[in-house]
Design a binder for this molecule. Sequence first.
Ligand code: COA
Length: 323
Amino acid sequence: MAKIYSKITGTGGYLPTKKLSNYDLEKIVETSHQWIVDRTGIRNRHIAEDNQSTSDLGLYASEEAIKNAGLKNNDIDLIIVATTTPDQVFPSTACLLQQKLKINNNCPAFDVQAVCSGFVYALSVADSFIKTKSAKNALVVGAETLSRIVNWHDRTTCVLFGDGAGAVVLSASEKPGILSTHLHANGSYAELLQVQGGIGNKDSDNNHQFIEMKGNEVFKMAVNTLGKIADETLKKHNMQKEDIDWLVPHQANLRIINATAKKLRLDPEKVIITVQEQGNTSSASVPLALHTGVSDGRIKEGETILLEAFGGGFTWGSALLKL
Ligand code: COA
């Protein structure tokens, strides 16, 4: 019997219309356009309207991915949403998205929480469902309204993040698709990047939950870890760095992306970069970057792509795939 792969058959993305530039931020906190560009590469980020929730952003991205896969909404038989900013405590954002997509075939739907690595985690879970023939067409979404958990008085974090959603349809195929996924976490670093409090914490003030980050330490860990996970992934396939056609990294900071590409000795032209105009959209950043590269024609069918991400937890992961 032929081996079953899961293959990306459609991608989609959505960014809210409202943009917040570095110049806008200069009016909110003591910062400057030049400081933000020099330290992060970011120039703009998108911010959801007050009446837009994470599942709303996910809906637009999902509809586009399903259309590009040539499927109808009810062909989807698994929905996984990676998010740190769910619409509600429950039902999951995936169930709310299922409702908005009018998918009425009772397919499983659930969320994955691994912060900025969430999409890679969700992709890995969906890949397992498909390889074990528990699903044929999985919708995998990374969607965030991070602007709701940003402290707009904290210049060290508020300049970094943005809202958005990216989605892919992963379908069972006899042609090579996802070659492997690699997931890791180390909870002992929890307090370096966190939003304290939560529904299950009796002492927390649930109206004041904001991103807190020790930026310098996160930066160093991110660069080191992303280099190592790329090596681990290539080693598994006896591949060389030159075998990668495209690196699609998590978009947190241009300096982190450039340092990772340098470690991989990868031509900067082979890296998909969206951080300048989107900021860090957490779990949405990898699928949004992938969608950008596919829809503008740079990434072509049959090419080898390395996705990698790093985020709070710490969590990190990679996926090596053929488009
Ligand atoms: N505007 C102007 N000055 C700022 C500023 C801002 N928005 N944010 C911080 N500063 C100041 C600091 O207060 C500090 O001033 P001081 O020297 O007087 O104390 C100075 O700039 C340097 O701060 P530092 O934190 O050392 O800067 P940095 O070069 O490490 O850059 C980050 C800060 C946040 C951009 C960087 O650490 C980073 O990108 N970290 C990783 C973030 C990340 O990717 N997180 C998500 C991972 S998923």
